[in-house]
Write a protein that binds this ligand. Sequence first.
Ligand code: ADP
Length: 953
Amino acid sequence: MKNCTSLTSLSSMDKDLSLNSLTQYGRAAAMQRSSVSNPPSARQASETGEDHLPRQVRPYQDLSEKGNAAPTLVKKKRRRGRERITANLSGTRYEVVRQMVEKMGFSVAKDDDPTSYLIWNDCFVSPDKISELKPYQRINHFPGMGEVTRKDALARNYLKMQKALPEEYNFMPRTWILPADYSLLLNHAKEMKMKKKTKTFIVKPSNGAQGHGISLYRNAEKIPQTENFIVQEYVDKPLLLDGFKFDLRIYVLITSCDPLRIFLFNDGLVRLATEKYLPPHESNVNHLYMHLTNYSVNKHNEYYEKNMTIDTGSKRSIRYFNEYLRRSDIDVAMLWRNIADMIVRTLLVAEPHVLHAYRMCRPGVPSGSDSVCFEVLGFDIMIDRKLRPWLLEINRSPSFGTDERLDFEIKSSLIEDSFKLLNIKVSDKRRNIAAQKAEAQRRLFRTNRKTDTQDVTALDKKKASMDKRKEELKDLLARVRKMALREDFEIRNCGRFKRIFPSDDRMRQDRYCKIMSSAFSVFLAGRGTSMQREIQVNYNNKYKEEQLLDMIAECEADERDSKLYPGGKPPRGPKPLQSMPESLPSATANNYYEDEEEVEYDSDGSPPGSLSRHQQHVRHRSASGSRSRAHSRMSAESGGAGERASSSHSRPGSGLTLNSVNRIGGPRPLSQSTLNGVPGGGGHRSRSVTRAATTNKLTALQRSNVDDNFLNSMVKEREEELTKKTLISLNEMRIKFPGKSDIEAEYLLDQLHENWKFHKPRIASYWLVKLDSIKRRKVVDIVRSNVRAMLQRIWRSSDIDNLRLYRIFSRVFNRLLWSHGQGLWNCFSPTSNTWETIFSKSSENISEPEMDCCRRIVQLCKDCLLIVYKFADEAKNPTSQVGGEQQQHQTGSDKVQTFQPQQTTIPPPFENKQAQNGYLAGRDLRPPVNWNPHTSYSQRYARIYQQSNLSGS
Ligand code: ADP
């Protein structure tokens, strides 16, 4: 068996075709559209050839016939000057998308308009672009979806889930990823041979599409050990239609990943091969038209038949297929239940990746907010003779070409129904602007929750804790109500879609929740616990509105009791907090400094209801900064920015709050320096304008007196000052090698740089090949979590996700992970600073100090990669330690322990949170003792030290 040459020739033809794919239906529609703005005379129409088209192949006319005269609507609306929903379609070549945009009454924006409500791109969208979107915008791709749409990534992730849940993950043909699994493949083939079973294998390029480069092998030993291929067992007993092999193109819409909402379209395409099927044999394995069902392959066969009637042609509808099965007495409902179930299980594999990537792009966005991303996926599924569905692959940019009428009918209603489910409203933009303004003011008037320990009585703490619990319940209530509204909207607007996740079937949904929990444990091990809580709230919500109202009432009763009996019984409040979500991503994973008193929830999730428990956990950050787990973020999740500010501080009518706690020590007057944003001296923390006002009374006064512009300029000034402080702190940070001193770590880095030629290919292979996306992210997260902690300290806020500076940093972090880690790897090239282009193309102005911060972050990530690489390398080969380190290890017994080689492919830091946190530490500004200005490392830091000293003085 060998590769088929015909395949290669086909692929080049396909390329041309796909580039040029203004298809027949698309072209017809384009002509129609231009004729709309410029009404054609009869002669013009005949010149364009439109009148030769059969009536039913004129999509635009079809629309008018349905009474939706989009063009007239456009004109009327424009005249009235009303705002309209705009769509940027510069990234798509499909006419049907444009037509449906117009049918919905949206207007097509200019190509360079980045502010459109809807953005449709045929190809991959970078995380940067998603980060830049405003909350009212929608784009048709999710970040992280490549983890199931690239063939090799899907296989890898699927195999991991199969290991964890073999009984759930049994719907893909057995797969090997070459070259890593080559010997496993050969062993399997040998086993089969011994059992006298001859298997056929199908070999596909990892990132291929449209049947390019696919070949069949009867003998596994002849499969070349080439890189970037996947090999699958060939499903050799497919269900046939009129004697032909076929596969199903099934469309799935995801409207949100936080929480996950999946919809299955109730139609799609059946794509038939064009040569009658015979079981694979040496004599026919090269017959592509027999074994491959791709339209892009079979359209080149002279026997390819266009679909003219419902039951003929090489492409048919799934509706027809269902009818066909019914006629053969097949339980169609059961088949589709199985297919839907398989789709959900596949997307549960994607969810941890997508959710993580999405939250990285949209830091600070509460769970349950309108998603800026949606995605229409094309699932390719084969059915075997036993009616068992097999997943072949998932396309993240399924073709919306409309070569045939059938294509147009299915794809147009698919797109239209998708738009309807997105629920885009003109008012979204206005609301967004108002929210931004509120956020700016909130930051200006952020109150300080910091209190002195001696000022806080046990009673106050208890009340603050009860208050918080009530807030959380209210947030949960708001969430439950929002979810109910969403469900109601979906039911009324789903068109031909059916929601398959969350499932209405209680038992099925419970099962999905378990699978999702496993997926989070498999892929985001560190976040397992917090994700369990989110899953409970988002998908398995036991709380009904009435229950929550009861719980709030109960809470208020407790509050009254404790007022009456200050030292009395512990509140008998509800215990819902173990299921509180932590929707802000880093809060779930990162230990970070809290600049305020903090309640730590036990891992058993007990509510901080009792005084003694609360007392045990109240901590204050020491000068060096004690680490404490972020407390529940419910208050941050529920509402807009303004709500968050008030919920974490003082709520009118809610009894004693933290402000009243402050008052116990006597009210603190707001100093002039506070108002001007001048940091206080004498070792005291500055009570800045950004967060300084200590009583709500005063801030209310200010609010009424100071005008918006003035406030904004104050905010800006203060932000600039804090950005400079951030830069100083970043410059002080060093990557720490667990168990080694800073000097040793620097020495290591020096060694790596001095022997760069030797290390470069090894580091490249470690970073780009050996680490998968999750582990790469974890390396970057080492820097990220420390930067977060530092920002919280400097900006005196636990809600740093909403900081402009942190959003900028997020874009840098995303960029470094871009293209499977290529982003960071490019930064090692001496001339390359390609990451900076993310800002050059952005509408946002990045100041020089902000840019310097980003540069420093890139440097830290580079150092971090080198240290992690070195750590993993030493763990694997203890003899590879450089120079005198060996000796060091032998003299310090602690260090020897830290460096016990670990026989694991996962770099040890990922397994141990403490070790992870130990990678990065702040350091004082003095150069290291063994400072040698001539070494490359020292040179690299010379500028930073100078800068730090300058800015510090
Ligand atoms: P591409 O993305 O290049 O279209 P697919 O994985 O969809 O790659 O495979 C192309 C075609 O090959 C499918 O439409 C199907 O007909 C056939 N095929 C793929 N994998 C298998 C398999 N494991 N068993 C049988 N046929 C397969």
